[in-house]
Design a binder for this molecule. Structure first.
Ligand code: TXA
Ligand code: MG
Length: 346
């Protein structure tokens, strides 16, 4: 198969044609790159699942350009939706509404009665939606289970041979996927944490729930996608507790086992460590800024996953689980399969 093309954001003509022909086009957003297809075309939507290797029970987000694009699809429009949209759209927030039955192919909602929508904050992609005249489904443009792509090269690495092309918008601004907010329940509930935090939402609409599974691993997630193993490199990842900061012990214990080590941390942390030459470091931030760390997290996981010869273990920085830290830690916990390095461990 031929390799998908990389298009500049100011020349969308081929990308528009491909969308209209029911083909796959990856697009940049402020969060991560999406794998785009015409949301009204059942065959095109099926191709998205196939290209990603995505389980069919996992519904897709529909990307639109303006709030009035919702009108043909949304059944019950809660009053607070107006306020939320005015405040956060375009932006990293996905909203779940009841769908008017039969208005979108069943694959989009995985057969469910609700559908999620968002207006991404990226001019080239808004232009692609407007000019193609189609709402676009857009799961993250990675192979299912891998970290979401934050550059066009990440997309081509995973899906290059399965898509017509990718609109190159440079490295994405936020770096983590959008907050998913379910507006079909009262109070609205966050199903996936992102850059729009519970506090941000509460300031605008009052009480907001958090899917219990986000705080308690034994609960079943309400968003199908959250149950899958995710963000996972093929190398073992262990978290370093931000209270303990036991990096040195972690490194020493891996050394004893002759393991090849990767470090994913701020520069401040890695600079202070006595590291052997073969330890591979990827810095997430300068001095532990959370927004920078979110921005770099998926690039870092991908980078360390591809080091040759292969690493045996990656140690990763953690943050307190509040505000933006909730979203960061949600992804980090999944990449580490919930495992912290415990001092005294073998
Ligand atoms: O930032 C983002 O949201 C990116 C960019 C490209 O927009 N997209 C993205 O899509 O992350 P995806 O498909 O990788 O993640 C969508 C998440 C999944 O966990 C899915 O289960 C959930 O949203 N979801 C979608 N529709 C839903 C629905 N109707 N009910 C419950 N969860 C839903
Ligand atoms: Mg995804």
């Amino acid at each position: 198969m031929t390799q998908g093309k990389k298009w500049e954001g100011n020349d969308l003509s081929e990308a528009i044609k491909a969308i209209q022909a029911g083909e796959l086009v990856a697009f940049p957003t402020e969060t991560v790159y999406g794998l785009g297809a015409d949301a009204t075309n059942s065959e095109a939507v099926k191709k998205v699942f196939k290209a990603k290797g995505r389980p069919l029970d996992n519904p897709l987000i529909v990307h639109i350009a303006t709030p009035s694009d919702l009108t043909p699809y949304v059944l019950n429009f809660p009053k607070i939706a107006e306020r939320i949209m005015a405040h956060f759209w375009p932006g990293p927030l996905t909203l779940i509404f009841d769908l008017i039955p039969g208005t979108l192919p069943p694959e989009v909602t995985a057969g469910g009665s609700t559908c999620s929508f968002r207006i991404p904050k990226h001019e080239a992609t808004l232009e692609l939606i407007r000019k193609s005249g189609k709402p676009l489904v857009g799961p993250s443009a990675n192979t299912s289970g891998k970290p979401s792509p934050t550059t066009a090269d990440h997309v081509l690495h995973d899906l290059g041979e399965r898509i017509s092309g990718v609109v190159d918008g440079g490295q994405t601004e936020v770096g983590l996927e959008s907050t998913v907010l379910d507006l079909t329940v009262n109070p609205p509930m966050i199903l996936r944490p992102g850059a729009v935090t519970p506090k941000d939402l509460e300031k605008i609409i009052g009480e907001v729930g958090l899917d219990p599974h986000l705080m308690n691993e034994t609960e079943k997630p309400k968003s199908p996608g959250m149950k899958y193993k995710h963000y996972a490199p093929s190398v073992e990842v262990k978290m370093i507790d931000f209270n303990r900061q036991n990096w040195q012990e972690a490194i020493a214990s891996a050394r004893i086992k002759n393991q090849r080590i990767g470090i994913l941390s701020s520069k401040m942390i890695s600079d202070a460590l006595p590291l052997a030459e073969d330890v591979v470091v990827f810095n997430l931030s300068d001095t532990g800024e959370l927004d920078q760390s979110m921005h770099q997290l998926f690039s870092g996981l991908r980078y360390l996953d591809q080091v040759t010869p292969k690493l045996d273990i990656i140690f990763i920085e953690t943050f307190k689980e509040e505000e933006l830290g909730i979203a960061y830690m949600n992804r980090v916990r999944k990449s580490a399969n919930q495992q912290y390095f415990i001092s005294g461990e073998e």
